[in-house]
Design a protein around this ligand. Sequence first.
Ligand code: NAG
Ligand code: NAG
Length: 316
Amino acid sequence: MITSHFKGVIALAVAVVTTAAPASSASVATAGCGKTHLFNGITQYHSLTSSGRTRKYSIHLPGDYDKTAPYPLVLGFHGSSSIGFFFEVDTKMSESRFSANKIMVYPDGVGGAWAGANYSQVSINEDLQFVSDLLDEIRAGYCIDDSRIYATGISNGGGFVNTIACSSVGGEFAAFAPASGAYYTDDDGVSGGCAPARTPLPVLEIHGGSDASVHYDGGEGEGGTEPAIPEWLEWWAQRNGCTDEEVEDSFGGDVHHHSWTCASTEGVLQHWKVDSMGHCWASTEINFSQIAAGQGPTHIQASQIIMDFFDQFTKP
Ligand SMILES: *[C@@H]1O[C@H](CO)[C@@H](O)[C@H](O)[C@H]1NC(C)=O
Ligand SMILES: CC(=O)N[C@H]1CO[C@H](CO)[C@@H](O)[C@@H]1O
């Protein structure tokens, strides 16, 4: 039963890959190309000064990092009361099975949080400026393909990924993938809290139907009012000029994959809903966020789905 549903998901994933725009256009190398780094494959901790504040982040280069090859860059934003280290461990995204050909960066929020929630310690402008300063530092220090910069995150961090997508800084990115996101800054209609730098802007969201922290149907959350996920997706469909939505159910009807065709490209907007899943990082392996949400592994592997999604999109 599960096997046949699983095959359906694989077939769908292959279909999406072959019909979406290929990410094969020429890469855009940054100034950091040619600089040597030690301890590749081991996460390293750094800080920079942004808006007069010391901000921390970690970076993970592929074990076989080639200083002359421009790499895609993925920023990963942790949830509230957390730090980048826990997001890295929970998602396992630094493991080569997920990010063999990518540079991973995990920034830390101020006071364990990102801007946008009513408990955040810094303004939205300050955190957006930090993202911009962080990108400048990474481009200058490492060999990045400037047309392939991506952002993912969970919960408060997923909400901040959407805040980036809705701002001018979002124009620096090729695609966004928030998970279990608390979209406090985007709960007021198509243009109420969101002004994307360009359209279409590729977005993939993953959310548990049984999320007890950031409810699928929206409402009052821990840090403010949250939109219902279907409503928020509809706003993105309109922003992205999407014309067609396809839904594929799998795993006995527990998993629902929505994929929209936007500006003639399939899969520009995507959504995975897992009915039985709570507030955690979707993974077929047990992990901390699942234990915290009082559940075990689920049917889908968010880290793989997100990397496959990123691989389809290049910044025009
Ligand atoms: C934050 O917003 C939530 C939801 O509206 C509310 O229950 C809570 O009291 C607010 N907290 C603060 C510190 O304003
Ligand atoms: C609680 C738990 O099972 N955590 C696991 C999360 O994933 C890492 C990496 O695979 C494991 O080392 C942890 O044991």
